[in-house]
Every structure is written in structure tokens, then in C-alpha cells.
Write a protein that binds this ligand. Structure first.
Ligand SMILES: Nc1ncnc2c1ncn2[C@@H]1O[C@H](COP(=O)(O)OP(=O)(O)O)[C@@H](O)[C@H]1O
Ligand SMILES: [Mg+2]
Length: 232
């Protein structure tokens, strides 16, 4: 369960601004383990979202290696990256992208629909189990628009985990939540990360979230630092 799920080696990413080259990621070298939550904090504009995009294979011209399992996604074509992403990576952004007119169960099943997977009895049991784990009750039939922001956030986690991804990337997932919902969100994420074995990577500048990180790193100006302030 605890094999390393994603590792980055000398990952750099630059953009051109007028005549100048600007490095948004500088030689990032790190591993993210399965079954663990890593929290990446850091000031606004330091490159956190860019790092998540690089990990998801969403950027072109990234330097270095990004291994998911045994595959270096940085060596793949855009089409191959998209296939790896669909199979292995879930992304939760601040804007959840849930379908408000659909019910909870159909929203959770979207990743399976996208892959043309059949929905088995086992999948439905897993949804029921995750809903319980998240203290949501059996709300499969409820419309998303009838749920609170905190409840929607927890539905988004279930959707992210339903098809057993290797890696879950979350960008400021608690930005719109109050303290109580933030703690509930993080506690459920901790439980579920242990059960699923996924590597969960959360980018945030929310100090309440930072406290839940089993691994804590900080990004400053495109560089990652560990919790003893050493560059990694
Ligand atoms: N495609 C892009 N073109 C130009 N500037 C960008 C692009 N993507 C990010 N940036 C800039 O790079 C810096 C890092 O952005 P970002 O990764 O979003 O930081 P964070 O998520 O830590 O706030 C910011 O200054 C941002 O304006
Ligand atoms: Mg950001």
C-alpha cells in the first residue's frame, strides 16, 4: 500500500515574459507516498498551482522527470499523458465542477462514465461506505444543489477516489469552507487516504489545513523546502 506513488526529479518549468525567461518551478525533486497526505503551503504566486499542473501532465515543455508508478509522464505525448491522467490522477479544485442538476450518485460516478466502465454492485456499495465514512448519510438520490458547500466538498472527495486513483491533487480545497467544514473535510480526507492508499497532495495557504499534513512542505519562489527549511 505504501509504495511511492509519484516522484519528481529536477522538475523545472519556465515561461517567457516579453524578452525574459521566468522560472516558475526550480529543480523540484521530491517523492509523494501512497496512503499519506502531503500539504504544500506557500505564498500566493509561489508556483503551487503550477506544480500541481506539472504533476498532472497538463503543462508542455516541463524539464525533468515525473514518475507515476514506473512511467515518466514527462516523456509521453499529450495523448498518452491524458490516458495516464484519466487512469491514475484525480484533481479537486476550489471550484468543484460538480453537476448541480444531477444527483449525488451520478456525480460520483462521472469518472467511471468517462471511462465507459460498467457500474457494479460493488461500486454502489463503495459509494454507500464512503458516504457513511464522510458522515453524509445515504444521500445518493439528493440533487447537488440541495447540499451545503461542506457537503458538496465531501461528495467531490468521494468522486475523486471512487476509481482508486494513485494520486489525488487538491488545489485550495477548503477556500470556501468555514472552520467546522474545513476540519470535517480534512478528517475525512485522512481516513479515506488510509483506506484508499492514494497519495494525496494538497496545496493550500490555509494554516488549519497545514496542521493535517503528514508531510509538510513549503513552496517559495518555485522552490520546495521541507519543514526544517532545507531546500529539497
Ligand atoms: N501560463 C502562465 N502565464 C503567465 N504567468 C503564469 C502562468 N501560470 C502561472 N503564472 C504566474 O506564475 C506564478 C506562479 O503561479 P501559481 O502557480 O498560480 O502560484 P500559486 O498557486 O502558488 O499562487 C504567478 O506569478 C503567476 O502569475
Ligand atoms: Mg494557486
Amino acid at each position: 500500500m505504501n509504495s511511492k506513488k509519484i516522484s519528481m526529479k529536477n522538475v523545472s518549468y519556465s515561461i517567457t515574459e516579453g524578452e525574459r525567461n521566468r522560472k516558475l518551478l526550480k529543480n523540484v525533486t521530491t517523492d509523494f507516498e501512497g496512503g499519506k497526505i502531503t500539504v504544500i503551503s506557500g505564498p500566493s504566486g509561489s508556483g503551487k498551482t503550477t506544480l500541481l499542473y506539472a504533476m498532472a501532465g497538463l503543462l508542455d515543455r516541463v524539464e525533468g522527470e515525473i514518475h507515476i508508478g514506473n512511467t515518466d509522464i514527462n516523456k509521453l505525448s499529450a495523448k498518452e499523458k491524458a490516458a495516464i491522467r484519466l487512469e491514475n490522477i484525480s484533481i479537486i479544485f476550489q471550484n468543484l465542477n460538480l453537476f448541480s442538476f444531477m444527483n449525488v450518485e451520478d456525480n460520483i460516478l462521472v469518472p467511471l462514465y468517462l471511462k465507459n466502465r460498467t457500474v457494479t454492485e460493488e461500486t454502489r456499495k463503495k459509494i454507500a461506505h464512503y458516504l457513511d465514512l464522510m458522515c453524509l448519510g445515504q444521500i445518493q438520490e439528493k440533487k447537488i444543489s440541495n447540499l451545503s458547500g461542506g457537503e458538496q466538498q465531501r461528495v467531490a472527495i468521494i468522486r475523486a477516489l471512487i476509481d482508486d486513483p494513485e494520486v489525488v491533487l487538491c488545489d485550495e480545497p477548503t477556500a470556501s469552507l468555514d472552520s467546522e467544514n474545513t476540519h470535517q473535510f480534512m478528517e475525512t480526507l485522512v481516513k479515506i487516504s488510509r483506506e484508499s492508499g492514494a497519495a494525496i497532495i494538497i496545496v493550500t495557504h490555509d494554516a488549519r489545513v497545514f496542521a493535517y499534513g503528514e508531510e509538510k512542505v513549503t513552496m517559495v519562489d518555485g522552490e520546495l523546502f521541507d519543514d526544517e527549511n532545507n531546500v529539497i
